[in-house]
Design a protein around this ligand. Structure first.
Ligand code: SF4
Length: 303
């Protein structure tokens, strides 16, 4: 598999993430967002995309869901052509995995783009995964420089539901200078997402990556990596209904990327990494909010 065409990540919980190498995020290039620094180049072609997706699926026959993205928004034609996306989706259409996640910017959600997805993947359960990060205007503007209209996020969720698809919002824990504000922002954002009817809240623990605005804050000594302990200890403040919608990404499972990209990960403090990973894994494998609540209390009680 040629790494220039994209990258593959298989999560222990069964998600096969396929990222096609497009030219990079339009919003980043326009300086409308300085959140993630995915990078990007133009190397993928239509034929490469077919081969790349086929190889990824073949290598991970145990996967239970696929997340497909580019280095930004896979539904943004300024970033990646529809012919390449269609070629990749045709291979996903033909595979046996039913649950498909599409990673894209909220501004790309239109009737046309949703109809397009339905026509490409008519037999799949489609979830659209979009970056919210925070529901706080100060965090969006000043800490990550993300130009996001929250009313459009709400409208996009409604539109996605009208097409019988699910909506997932990415939320970040760790975007503030001090612990109390960080925690309050995270809890507010999770409830904001849930009351706007997001079906899934995908929680990212902040990893501080070179090339992002947060990294500049870090270099200036104004922001620190979050702590797993602090994060887990605020989870009892979240009700079962919201807990049931949570899933985790970048919770410590991506050591290879962290090491190769000079990323500063969250801290484990006095906790054993293996036990923290086990907690996140069990949480995601459990089926109900009440069971997840029980796992949180058990972990806090034992550590
Ligand atoms: S978070 Fe989304 S919009 Fe912002 S730079 Fe990354 S891919 Fe682009």
């Amino acid at each position: 598999m040629n790494a220039n065409y994209g990258h593959i990540f298989y999560s222990p919980t069964g998600t096969l993430q396929i990222t096609l190498n497009g030219p990079g995020c339009y919003y980043r290039k326009q300086d409308y967002c300085k959140m993630c620094n995915y990078g990007g180049n133009n190397t993928i072609t239509l034929l490469n995309a077919v081969q790349f997706v086929d190889d990824a699926i073949k290598q991970h026959p145990q996967a239970s869901r696929i997340l497909i993205g580019s280095n930004g928004s896979i539904l943004d034609e300024r970033e990646i052509s529809r012919s390449i996306v269609s070629a990749a989706l045709s291979r996903i259409h033909d595979c046996s995995i039913k649950d498909i996640y599409i990673e894209t910017h909220v501004n790309t959600i239109t009737k046309e783009s949703l109809k397009y997805l339905k026509s490409e993947l008519p037999t799949k359960n489609i979830t659209i995964e979009m970056g919210l990060e925070s529901s706080n205007a100060y965090v969006l503007q000043s800490i990550i420089n993300k130009d996001l209209d929250l009313s459009i996020v709400r409208e996009s969720i409604e539109l996605i539901h009208n097409y019988n698809m699910r909506a997932a919002l990415n939320v970040i824990y760790g975007l503030w200078y001090d612990e109390a504000s960080m925690q309050a922002d995270f809890i507010d954002t999770c409830y904001w997402a849930s009351t706007r009817k997001a079906d899934e809240i995908i929680v990212f623990l902040l990893h501080i990556k070179p090339g992002t605005l947060v990294y500049d804050w870090y270099i200036d000594g104004k922001i620190s990596p979050p702590s797993h302990r602090d994060f887990i200890e605020i989870l009892p403040l979240i009700n079962d209904e919201v807990l049931q919608k949570m899933y985790f990404s970048w919770y410590g499972e991506r050591e290879e990327a962290i090491n190769s990209d000079g990323i500063i990960p969250p801290s484990y403090d006095d906790l054993e990494q293996e036990k923290v990973m086990r907690f996140y894994y069990d949480f995601m494998r459990s089926s109900s909010g009440s069971e997840r609540s029980r796992l949180i209390y058990q972990f806090i009680h034992n550590h």
